[in-house]
Design a protein around this ligand. Structure first.
Ligand code: NAD
Ligand code: 89Y
Length: 346
């Protein structure tokens, strides 16, 4: 382990346990210290995961002890923390959403580029096994050039108990889950540059929307329909499954319940069941999401070590966050909003 890159994890809240389990599996990296404004949380999680050091102030980045920083705090804190990491010249992997709006995301990318510090967004949905397999099927040419996609995330998981900050988040559903869907749409269907969107606040007492329905116009002429909701009541719950379909000019892949890809091509049909990885620290219903965390982290470390661009670098992710911005503008105006309508294009 002497050659392992030493990381500092910042933010020891709800999702950070998945990060620490993940880092324990990653080749070439280890977490050397954790940090939380609430130092008792940092201490408790450090002890649970046998991490040797804990801190209550992110300025510990300046100590010169770290090769990378893993930021697992909510979006309102991201610009300041990335600026601190950039000043300390430490590469960053940072949880989604990168920032609360497109202007902030642009500034974060600018900070990263000016300091020459690579920043990757921890966008783990594209690292779910099902979507990696789906990408392989598309790359094989089996269904031909894509023309239409539908991605659907609808459930009523009690996200408000585990992530109570979402109750007060004004840009809620699109930034929390929509951002995963927009990234997936780009991953599977290519870049897009215009959106129409309708938002709903179904549950009472929320500061923001908890359901959103949108259409994306891709640059290659294809279209993706996305619908997301935390107010969709079904038994059993579909959390955390993304369902849908990808149509190509020569076939179709359906994304069905319980991690099944149904491939229609050449007049034939076959089902591929995507099994989880069988880790001992994952648990239903979170397994798919948890399994994707170490894969996301390994991509960060491998790219860093080999000087390669991250799939979801801050710069690349501007395309995703511009779509989210366009979606909010569309919901407000009732119109299709393209990148030309934003003050600055990604
Ligand atoms: P949380 O509120 O439970 O934890 C965040 C922690 O960060 C808190 O303990 C807080 O004290 C700490 N913190 C805030 N500012 C800090 C600072 N400047 N220095 C040190 N510590 C600081 O949040 P969470 O639910 O763990 O979510 C964190 C992020 O992860 C969010 O952006 C969320 O959207 C994202 N998330 C992603 C996934 C996924 O699948 N990718 C799932 C859940 C959450
Ligand atoms: O916040 C959400 C996310 O990003 O992935 C799952 C989640 O934690 C709840 O839906």
């Amino acid at each position: 382990m002497t050659d392992s890159l030493k990381g500092l994890l910042i933010g020891c809240g709800f999702f950070s346990r998945n990060h620490l389990h993940g880092w324990a599996e990653v080749d070439g990296a280890e977490i050397a210290a954790v940090c939380d404004l609430d130092v008792s949380k940092a201490q408790a999680i450090a002890q649970d995961f046998s991490i040797p050091a804990w801190h209550g102030d992110a300025s510990v980045m300046n100590a010169g002890d770290f090769d990378f920083v893993d930021i697992c705090t909510t979006m309102d804190t991201h610009e300041t923390l990335v600026a601190q990491a950039a000043a300390a010249e430490i590469p960053v992997i940072i949880q989604k959403p990168l920032g609360p709006d497109f202007a902030t995301c642009r500034r974060i990318d600018q900070i990263s580029r000016e300091a020459g510090i690579p920043v990757m967004v921890h966008e783990n949905f594209r690292f779910q096994k099902l979507f990696l397999r789906l990408r392989d099927i598309l790359d094989s040419g089996e269904i031909g050039e894509t023309s239409f996609g539908r991605l659907s995330w609808r459930n009523d998981i009690d996200v408000y108990t585990s992530q109570p900050y979402l109750l007060k988040t004004e840009r809620f559903m699109i930034m929390d889950v929509g951002i995963h869907m927009l990234d997936l749409a780009r991953f599977l269907m290519g870049d897009a540059d215009a959106v129409t969107c309708l938002n709903q606040s179904v549950k009472e007492g929320l500061a923001g929307e908890d359901a959103s329905t949108f259409l994306l116009r891709h640059k290659n002429g294809s279209v993706t329909a996305i619908d997301i909701s935390y107010a969709s009541h079904r038994t059993p719950s579909l959390f955390p499954q993304t369902l849908g379909v990808i149509e190509g000019r020569g076939g179709t892949v359906q994304i069905l319940e319980n991690e099944v890809l149904r491939v229609h091509s050449g007049g034939n049909i076959r089902d591929e069941k995507i099994e989880d990885d069988g880790r001992d620290w994952t648990s239903s219903p979170w397994t798919q999401i948890q399994d994707s965390v170490p894969r996301t982290q390994q991509h960060f470390i491998d790219s860093l070590c080999h000087g390669r661009a991250f799939q979801t670098s801050a710069e690349d992710s501007l395309q995703t966050y511009a779509l989210a911005e366009a979606a909010y503008r569309s919901a407000e105006s009732g119109r299709l909003v393209s990148f030309d309508d934003l003050e600055t294009a990604p």
